[in-house]
Design a protein around this ligand. Structure first.
Ligand SMILES: *[C@@H]1O[C@H](CO)[C@@H](O)[C@H](O)[C@H]1NC(C)=O
Ligand SMILES: *[C@@H]1O[C@H](CO)[C@@H](O)[C@H](O)[C@H]1NC(C)=O
Length: 395
């Protein structure tokens, strides 16, 4: 669920005013945008390679042969790769397995014809398209889906959705709209965590896409359901997602897709700007402010307020994030503390000290009933559906 608009966005935030860039520094802005384009390109391809080799391990008959009888074969590059990846997958604290920064192989793309980017004509001048640590902020108009789709060929995306108790009523609309708009043309596994497997609806799916029902226990309070999501995602990442998908997208179920959401969101780690706070000052972010809590963020820190309703990344990074948040919540629990916005508070603390490699604009998370749509929000891609909180939450 999206937190209410207690601090709705000021109508003329400082970072959107033209003065911010200085009157005549257009060329400086262009340089920033050029860097944005470069960084976007690099961040897209970080995770193609490990998965590709991993697939070789799980699907190629030679690979299995190598695993079974490692000593009977001459030491080849392939054998080396297989053995290395087996070792990497068995460890959960893998760092060598990550494809990081410039150590990656750039994917080859086929011949494509598309309009050339204009260095002196920035695609957006009305919004910030780059964080201070050079992560792209994804807005409509800043990317070309055809190029991105070519770079992200052959990947599989896992989507985790929690439909505990009465939340199963949201599944039908969620899955139907996801089939229409989410990662169209790519392979998708929808991982539905539920305590009511019989209530998961049959929704027609495109080729290469499947619903995987994972039966889990429920918790009495909705806050506990939210908090245990981190633990469950972490557990299942280690046990199966790592072997089944390249990226994980963790999404709230009481939502629907209303426009295209594609591979432009994918990165080693991404977070989404909360629609209620994207233009607010850090002092008004609803971070956890008690220093005793593991989710504590001091008032002079904070980049953005990220939403708990939409985040993700490579399976390995999502595993790290969810395991860290779960541990932090357990430490708080041992002290009788519960962070002010539950899992979202811990997510914000994690993303402050592990900067996401892409940040999604509020196009990717909106609530039309709570917020008035500003003109620079050209698309609404993933939006809240109305619900009666008391009715749904604890049933
Ligand atoms: C992707 O799949 C296509 C066809 O399915 C194949 O020709 C191509 O080699 C694959 N590329 C990678 C990088 O696995
Ligand atoms: C997650 O895994 C741990 C360790 O294997 C286990 O103790 C715990 O019960 C699991 N949690 C859930 C929610 O499945």
């Amino acid at each position: 669920m999206i937190q209410g608009p207690d601090n709705s966005a000021p109508s003329n935030p400082a970072f959107l005013s033209t003065d911010f860039w200085g009157g005549s520094s257009k060329s400086w802005l262009c340089l920033v945008l050029l860097l944005a384009a470069c960084l976007g390109f690099y961040s897209n391809i970080f995770n193609l390679i490990p998965r590709w080799e991993q697939r070789e391990e799980s699907q190629s008959p030679e690979a299995h042969h190598l695993q079974d009888q490692p000593d009977s074969l001459p030491l080849s590059q392939d054998k080396h790769t297989v053995v290395l990846h087996r070792l990497l997958l068995e460890k959960t604290e893998v760092s060598e397995g990550d494809c990081h920064m410039d150590t990656c192989k750039i994917p080859e793309v086929p011949r494509l014809v598309y309009p050339k980017a204009q260095v002196l004509q920035p695609t957006r001048t009305d919004v910030l398209v780059m964080t201070p640590w050079f992560a792209p902020i994804v807005w409509d108009g800043t990317f070309d889906s055809a190029i991105l789709d070519a770079q992200f060929r052959n990947i599989t995306i896992g989507m985790t959705i929690f439909a505990i108790k009465k939340y199963t009523v949201f599944l039908k609309l969620f899955l139907e709209t996801a089939e229409k708009y989410f990662m169209v043309g790519h392979k998708v596994n929808y991982y539905v965590f539920t305590d009511r497997p019989a209530d998961v609806p049959q929704v027609p799916l495109r080729q290469g896409r499947q619903v995987v029902v994972l039966e889990v226990r429920n918790y009495r309070r909705w806050q506990d359901v939210c908090m245990h999501r981190m633990e469950m995602i972490s557990n299942f990442s280690r046990q199966r997602f790592l072997h089944e998908v390249d990226y994980l997208v963790c999404a709230d179920v009481d939502m629907k897709f209303s426009d295209r959401v594609g591979v432009e969101i994918l990165a080693p780690l991404f977070g989404t700007l909360h629609p209620g706070f994207y233009a607010a000052d850090r002092g008004s972010f609803t971070y956890e402010r008690r220093a005793l809590s593991q989710a504590y963020i001091p008032r002079d820190e904070g980049d953005f307020y990220y939403a708990g309703a939409f985040f993700g990344g490579s399976v390995l990074e999502v595993h790290r994030l969810t395991a860290a948040c779960h541990q932090a919540m357990m430490a708080d629990w041992a002290r009788g503390l519960e962070a002010v916005w539950h899992d979202e508070s811990h997510l914000n603390r994690y993303l402050l000290y592990h900067k996401p490699s892409k940040v999604l604009s509020p196009e990717y998370l909106w609530d039309e009933r709570m917020l008035r749509r500003p003109p620079y929000l050209r698309k609404l891609r993933y939006v809240a559906v109305p619900k009666n909180h008391a009715e749904i939450r604890n049933r």
